[in-house]
Design a protein around this ligand. Sequence first.
Ligand SMILES: Cc1ncc(COP(=O)(O)O)c(C=O)c1O
Length: 464
Amino acid sequence: MSFNLPGPESLKILKKGPSLFKYGAEYEDMVKAAEKQGQKAPPQMINARGEGSYVIDADGNRIIDFHSGWASNPLGNANPEIVETVYAALKQYGFIYEHRLRYDLAEVLAGISPGGKLTRTNFEISGTEAAEAAVTYALKHTGRPLIIAFENQFHGDSIATRMLGSNRGAHRRKGFEAWRGGVITVPWPISYNIPAGMTFEQYTDYVLWYIDTFVCEKVADPESIAGIIAEPLLSEGGNWMPHPKFMPGLKKLCEKYGWVFISDEVLSGMGRSGKWWAIEHDGVSPDLVVIGKHLTGGIEPIAAVIGTEEVLAHNDGHSGSTFAGTPAGCAAALKTIEIMKRDNLVPRADTLGKKCLERMRKWEKEFSIIGQARGRGFLLGATVVEKTTGKPDIGVALAVVNEALKRGAWLIWDTEPQFRLYPAMNIDEEVLEKGLTITEESIREVELHYTPSDYPFWTTGILW
Ligand SMILES: Cc1ncc(COP(=O)(O)O)c(C=O)c1O
């Protein structure tokens, strides 16, 4: 089955874009660029409805959703139980301060926090704000001015978080480099296409050595460094699992130098990795955890930082904003966590994720364009390579993603040589299998029938 995307209704709406939005001509430019290369317009849809693990576009096309609101809808789109709860909370509270649901949610978060040790909460609206807030708390707690961050991580797109990490590298920072201020950046060691011919373990050892020896001896006195902000599973940019030595190695450095360990789990936390917190896979106890996305089942925007007594009990670092911790947001989060516990969705993500990964790993042997399949729980993805060069290739990855969309599965691609699959944690197994089959068929199609001139134009850098 193949969908004709965009359908006429979606196209009508898309055509309004150029005059409505900042850089509204993005789709139009993509179409022009494709035409210039003799290619068909890229598939695109405007969604009219979200329903469990499906999205339904303006033309009635029903597409399997592995996008999940960019990994924000753990219980499927428009989960009716959460929607009902939010509706009731809105009727009861509207938007007021000093409501009791903040207390209820903070208690519940303390209960599920890593090791039950992160018993203090501050609410925020977005993951970006929460990541910045966590850094504020680390700087205030230690009274030190610098933070170590990892270049290829993503913490948001405010000026400050862009300086903490940028999954699109220097391009995203162009013109803003001077704002880097107190951020010391080092690489997050990935497991594929590793530089300088190193093994994964050597690369990991090298980064740990670099921080301990090079940074602390040549770049900054360790007593001027407040802590480390790390993604325990590097989500944006490719779903990279850390080497088992990496997180424990970072923790040791934190202990050695009195640094605060911040685990940014905006994308990987709240059950998606098959444990409540991705850092728990590494047996490491963080001081602060940054939470977003999943927290409210994707229904109401709130985010949070949770932390230890030691770091947060007397921390006077200021953060927060008007709508942080709204009654409706707290109600949505309480319901989301209740359903996840009731339906055992965290172990389910672990079990089903392993099953998916087993299937995806076979793609590495079966297809010359799949370099490496990776996954932990329902954080799944694969690096895509060009078949003749064997090199990671964003155009070939986009070709797979476009092909999958035309065949009825929506994957994530973010100008990266990877595609990513973030199913809802309550997805029907049958739908999950079907989505994987579509992905597999799309890989096969691109491998067998695409030539370099068929790869989408991103490879030529037209929009970059
Ligand atoms: C690890 C991480 N931190 C922070 C953010 C920013 O969150 P938000 O988009 O809610 O501001 C993201 C978003 O993808 C993320 O993946």
